[in-house]
Design a protein around this ligand. Structure first.
Ligand SMILES: Nc1nc2c(ncn2[C@@H]2O[C@H](COP(=O)(O)OP(=O)(O)OP(=O)(O)O)[C@@H](O)[C@H]2O)c(=O)[nH]1
Ligand SMILES: [Mg+2]
Length: 374
């Protein structure tokens, strides 16, 4: 099965390039710690999913690059080609002379409809190169105008044109305040997924490190429930609430303050002895909201194929409350700006009306309220 990536705006193109570079490095890596046969099967599946074969033998990323200004696209194309290991298709990109000026409405209402046909034609060409298409992976920033605005527009076009394919929107949030900052979505109201990965270790320290699966998973689970993005600085005091505890108990207060409740989790284990790993601590019903059967809420994928140079590594994709606070802050700030009519004219001049803002606030406040009440 193949996936077509659509890289939008500066951030989408830069991050997209890194994604393909990482995938290519992983596919080419020889430290898979598995049999030759398993290694080949992994290599073939991964290559088919993300790359098509060029006559030159160099894999070509299944990607469409879109930006409203040319600089980043030309840089991205040439850096990839220089690697010698993979490249983008010379024809599979679209740019204009001028960006969307950090204006969502400009990207969504102006650049979107104006360039729909040519962008969707490029997508169609990439789709036709796939023997079997499973879906789309769009990469864009939430700030800026092209990634966010045009990206939202293109997502709608993809949904219309390919109603049965999956669409995974990879949205990069802007750096905030200076703090380091089919299984997972059981309900359309809850679709904010977060990613955690361990170990986090510089390459030159790896030779001196030993990792055990129980140690890695203990850290990963605590990163989840205490909502820590990094392995460092995890709050080990946070515990799941006791079943049946009342609102006034210290556990409930703890939960209210710190505990990150999950809807669903997916753990991906890669490397040595992964079949023997005990994942019981992630099946604990107290980690999850009560309305989903805990058996449906947890999934695990395992492969002996090691990732990068890690002998063992674990990733967690979770649908949880992790994004609640930042989202609430962003919506609060946006609401204040809207109430004082700041920047509104920048949107209304491109046809976005005050009513559209109110609808968006209602939608997001509903998401916040739903996640809050898990
Ligand atoms: N993480 C990460 N963030 C980036 C990167 N490039 C840009 N950003 C963030 O993306 C936001 C700006 O969006 P851009 O992608 O530059 O905007 P654009 O989509 O090109 O839209 P316009 O330039 O307005 O046409 C800022 O918040 C940046 O911090 C990147 O390579 N990595
Ligand atoms: Mg830009």
């Amino acid at each position: 099965m193949s996936i077509v990536a659509v890289q939008l705006g500066q951030c989408g193109n830069q991050v997209g390039h890194e994604v393909f570079n990482t995938i290519c490095g992983d596919v080419r890596g020889t430290h898979g710690l598995c049999s030759k046969k398993e290694n080949e099967a992994y290599h073939d599946a991964c290559t088919e999913r993300f790359f098509s074969e060029a006559e030159s033998g160099v894999p070509v990323a299944r990607a469409v690059l879109v930006d409203m200004e040319p600089k980043v696209i030309s840089q991205t194309l040439s850096i990839a080609a220089r690697s010698g290991h993979w490249k983008y298709d010379d024809q599979s990109h679209f740019c204009q002379k001028q960006g969307s000026g950090n204006n969502w409405a400009n990207g969504y209402s102006v650049h979107g409809p104006r360039n729909k046909e040519v962008i969707m034609n490029l997508v169609q060409k990439e789709v036709e190169k796939c023997d079997r298409l499973s879906g789309f992976f769009t990469i864009m920033s939430m700030a800026g105008g092209t990634g966010s605005g045009l990206g939202a527009f293109v997502t709608q076009c993809l949904r219309d044109a390919f109603p049965t394919s999956f669409i995974l929107n990879h949205v990069i949030w802007p750096y905030g305040t200076g703090d380091l900052m089919e299984a997972l979505v059981p309900h359309p109201e809850f679709k904010m997924l977060g990613l955690r990965n361990i170990p986090q270790m510089p390459e030159n320290s790896l030779a001196y490190s030993t990792f055990s699966w129980p140690g890695l998973l203990k850290h990963l689970r605590q990163m989840l429930i205490a909502n820590a993005k990094m392995e460092e600085g995890i709050d080990w005091q946070v515990r799941p609430p006791c079943p049946g505890s009342s609102i006034s108990s210290s556990h409930s207060t703890n939960k209210l303050l710190h505990f990150n409740t999950s809807i669903a989790n997916l753990v991906i284990l890669r490397g040595k002895d992964m079949h023997s790993v005990d994942l019981g601590s992630f099946r604990d019903p107290s980690l999850y909201t009560s309305w989903l059967n805990p058996q449906d809420a947890f999934n695990a994928w395992k492969t002996p194929r090691a990732f990068n140079k890690y002998e063992k590594s674990a990733s967690l994709v979770s649908n949880s409350q992790f994004l609640l606070k930042p989202l609430d802050n962003v919506v609060g700030k946006a609401w204040n700006m809207f109430a004082s009519k700041a920047y509104i004219h920048q949107y209304t001049k491109f046809g976005i009306e005050e009513e559209d803002f109110l609808d968006s606030f209602t939608t997001l406040e509903q998401v916040i309220s739903s996640y809050t009440n898990l």
